[in-house]
Unconditional design. Structure first.
Lengths: 186, 182
């Protein structure tokens, strides 16, 4: 869109239905005469179907929301769930049929505070740190999801997830969650 | 044909005997099918119905071009857009004339409008994994869960404006990661 007079944000806002009818009509007049904008939105439609296939196939590690987890399960994605309180621990694994493993981490989260997730002592296949993760403040939970095939490759180990709140006053610990991983028996 | 402007394209079709300006008609279809598809997806949110709309708009446009009924050939894009609007409006009212037009022009004239570009799944997964957490969740909520910006804002305790900024940034990063040609 760089050589097109229309900036990208309104084109995307149009696509996602976030413009007024008058604004949308103006974008449509432009779109019907613009190859670059047509290419961009055609690419967005490819992302749309590609993301759906990718997520449904459990191919993306995610920090998810409860609603997304429920949607994935409705779509037939098999998810093994673990729930851990701050300061608690859990025995965990991934079964041969698990597409994803979801770790529900409970804690006290403050509105307006950024929350980061840090892995301590985890095998290299898992990320060290994830910044600015989504939090369900009403339920006091974070859902961390990893692919089942990644978990199945891990050797027996003990690791911890640390949640850290980041605000103007600096960082504060929210909770540490110890994971005792064992491969699926057999 | 690529360099022929819309007006000349319409004139070539109008001057020829019906169905004889095959190259010009094919170019018209090539040029406008993707735009009609986008219009359909945006308003109908359904690939199958959009495919029907695309064929119907193209057939209507070709019929008008052959009959010399496009009064301002250089404004072909506006004619096609107007036809899209009218047919979507008609469709919502339940009126159909698709059968007659498709019988005249044939479904083979239009390229398969449902066949949008496909992205490499492994590459897309890799590029999604490279996004920041918030960007990735916004992308997934948008495309997988079909959430609006306002719904995402409520779900993630963000402002709707911030959701739009994050979504826009994420899509630009994805496009750069996947390559514009992907």
């Amino acid at each position: 869109v760089s050589t097109c007079r229309l900036p990208l944000p309104p084109l995307l806002d149009y696509w996602f239905g976030e413009l007024t009818p008058t604004e949308s009509a103006e974008i449509e007049e432009h779109l019907f005469g613009c190859n670059l904008c047509t290419d961009w939105l055609t690419w967005v439609t490819a992302v749309d179907s590609g993301v759906e296939r990718t997520v449904r196939g459990g191919r993306v590690p995610l920090l998810l929301t409860r609603a997304l987890i429920e949607r994935l399960e409705r779509d037939g994605v098999r998810i093994r769930h673990y729930r851990v309180l701050a300061g608690g621990s859990v025995q965990c694994t991934a079964g041969p049929e698990d597409d994803l493993v979801a770790m529900w981490l409970m804690g006290e989260f403050y509105t307006g505070e950024r929350v980061d997730l840090v892995f301590v002592g985890a095998p290299a296949a898992l990320p060290e740190r994830r910044d600015d993760i989504p939090v369900d403040h009403a339920r006091g939970e974070v859902v961390f999801v990893e692919r089942g095939d990644v978990i199945r490759q891990l050797p027996p180990h003990v690791a911890a997830i640390r949640l850290v709140g980041v605000g103007e006053a600096g960082e504060r610990p929210i909770g540490e969650y110890t994971l005792h991983h064992m491969p699926w028996p057999g | 044909m690529d360099e022929v402007d819309d007006g000349k394209l319409v004139q070539q079709i109008a001057r020829a005997a019906p169905g004889e300006a095959k190259e010009a008609e094919t170019e018209l279809v090539r040029r406008f099918a993707p735009r009609i598809r986008l219009y359909g997806l945006r308003h109908l949110r359904d690939e199958t119905t959009t495919q029907d709309l695309t064929q119907e708009v193209l057939a209507t446009t070709l019929e008008a071009a052959r009959a010399g009924r496009i009064r301002e050939p250089e404004r072909l894009a506006s004619f096609v857009l107007g036809t899209c609007r009218m047919l979507v409006w008609d469709q919502r009212r339940g009126a159909r004339r698709q059968g007659r037009l498709l019988a005249t022009f044939g479904e083979g004239l239009a390229p398969d409008p449902a066949a949008g570009p496909a992205l490499d799944a492994a590459r897309l997964a890799d590029c999604l994994a490279q996004l920041a957490e918030r960007e990735r969740v916004v992308v997934v909520l948008t495309f997988y869960a079909d959430r609006s910006g306002d719904e995402i804002a409520r779900e993630l305790a963000m402002s709707p404006g911030h959701v739009r900024v994050v979504r826009h940034r994420a899509l630009v990063r994805l496009r750069n990661c996947l390559g514009a040609s992907a």
